[in-house]
Ligand binder design. Structure first.
Ligand SMILES: NC(=O)c1ccc[n+]([C@@H]2O[C@H](COP(=O)([O-])OP(=O)(O)OC[C@H]3O[C@@H](n4cnc5c(N)ncnc54)[C@H](O)[C@@H]3O)[C@@H](O)[C@H]2O)c1
Length: 382
């Protein structure tokens, strides 16, 4: 298929009141497992209709369309954008294609919902942001579905209202296990094709949720290791992060951990808030441990998470569709969608240069702005 971006079109900005036309680009695992079911649910509710899908694999896109009841399969993104003029495009391709395909969709006037990791570098992310509409869209949001469950919403409320006091100490872990067969796929473990190691490809969800809950970070000191796998990237990293609020966190991202866990623990002045899960959570995966002097009635209210909305693509897509209809910037887009990529860029820079890296310091001219490996000897591709 041609990968050239569609030519610029007059912006289609402002509120959209009709049933939104959606298209899916890349019809592999995440498109089938999460995007299609989410779109189908919103189609059943009369919010959207999926009009097209695109994949360079003709058989794959035809099967995807046949299974999903989607009328128009394409192998050419530019042609699909031109002929179908979708309102929303979800990008479910490998990370190295995200910038080019997101910009093409934005330029056609579509709002974009792009899978994580957003792009392989901050420079590419900023190029996407520059292609967004000035006011009223179109905008490009990143898929960070862990922000959108009822558990995260409840805990964000406890933090934002000050109910549980100041956050002081946090732990964020993505300790997963991937065997050598997983890394036998030639595109894995390589900067150019996978984008980064577990800090980028696996841990980004928990780090993104940590930042969403605790707000801006101010400095990071990190280590990276290549302990087991024959990869260009790391297979484990550890980091110490200080937040603008003064809170301090440890962050561990591993693909070497037989007991697989994803988790966040926030020790606040009046309670410890914990999330323990693997690939997604529901309310029962969160615990609230009040300090000894918290009245029982108040603690009971903190433990009442309300109706359960598990973290999911559907939960985020609902909000995104509402944003498209209202013509307002969706959460997880622009500066709000950039935070975890900036922390990861800083984590790699700190690990590879043995230095403390401060928020905002990686910009144009910094080697870590254009490549997560920063050209570091021993880490950058030879
Ligand atoms: N949000 C999550 O929890 C989550 C989970 C898994 C994967 N992902 C992300 O989703 C993205 C896709 O992952 P996946 O596991 O579905 O991969 P996959 O390999 O199963 O699917 C990718 C698809 O993209 C197609 N493709 C490749 N080049 C293309 C092009 N130029 N134009 C159109 N289609 C093209 C491939 O043919 C393939 O069908 C990655 O960024 C990954 O990190 C996110």
């Amino acid at each position: 298929m041609s990968s050239a971006p569609a030519p610029p079109r007059p912006a289609r900005s402002g509120p959209r009141t009709h049933r939104l036309k959606a298209a899916v680009v890349g019809t592999g695992g995440i498109a089938r497992g999460c995007h299609l079911p989410a779109f189908q649910q919103l189609a059943a509710e009369g919010e959207v209709e999926v009009v097209a899908a695109v994949d360079i694999d003709d058989a794959a896109v035809r099967a995807f369309c046949a299974d999903g009841g989607i009328p128009h399969p394409y192998t050419d993104l530019a042609r699909m954008l031109d002929e179908q003029r979708p309102d929303v495009v979800s990008i479910c391709t490998p990370p190295t294609l995200h910038r080019e395909q997101t910009v093409a969709a934005l330029r056609s006037g579509a709002w974009v919902w792009c899978e994580k990791p957003p792009c392989p570098s901050l420079a590419e992310f900023d190029a996407v942001e520059a292609a967004e509409g000035a006011e009223g869209g179109p905008y490009a949001a990143i898929v960070f579905q862990h922000r959108f469950g009822s558990g995260a919403r409840h805990v964000r409320g406890l933090l934002d209202r000050g109910d549980v006091g100041r956050p002081l100490v946090a732990h964020c872990q993505t300790t997963w296990y991937r065997d050598t067969a997983y890394y036998a796929a030639p595109w894995r473990g390589r900067w150019a094709t996978e984008g980064g190691g577990p800090a980028m490809g696996h841990g980004i969800h928990q780090m993104d949720l940590l930042l969403d809950l605790l707000g801006p970070w101010s400095e990071v000191r990190a280590m990276a290791g290549r302990l087991v796998h024959d990869v260009e990237t790391e297979d484990v990293s550890t980091a110490l992060v200080r937040f603008a609020s003064g809170a301090m966190a440890t962050v561990v991202n591993s693909v070497l951990s037989p007991h697989e866990v994803s988790g966040i623990r926030l020790d606040c002045e009046r309670a410890t808030l914990e999330l323990t899960h693997l690939y997604g959570y529901e309310n029962a995966d969160w615990t609230v441990t009040p300090a000894a002097d918290v009245p029982a009635g108040e603690a009971a209210a903190w433990r009442d998470f309300g109706p359960d909305v598990p973290s999911s693509h559907l939960a985020q897509l609902r909000e995104l569709v509402a944003s498209v209809r209202a013509g307002v910037r969706p959460r997880s887009s622009g500066p709000d969608g950039r935070t975890s990529l900036e922390l990861i860029s800083a984590l790699y820079k700190s690990a590879f240069t043995d230095a403390t890296v401060r928020a905002g310091e990686i910009g144009p001219g910094d080697p870590y702005y254009t490549a997560l490996h920063g050209g570091a000897p021993g880490w950058a591709p030879v």
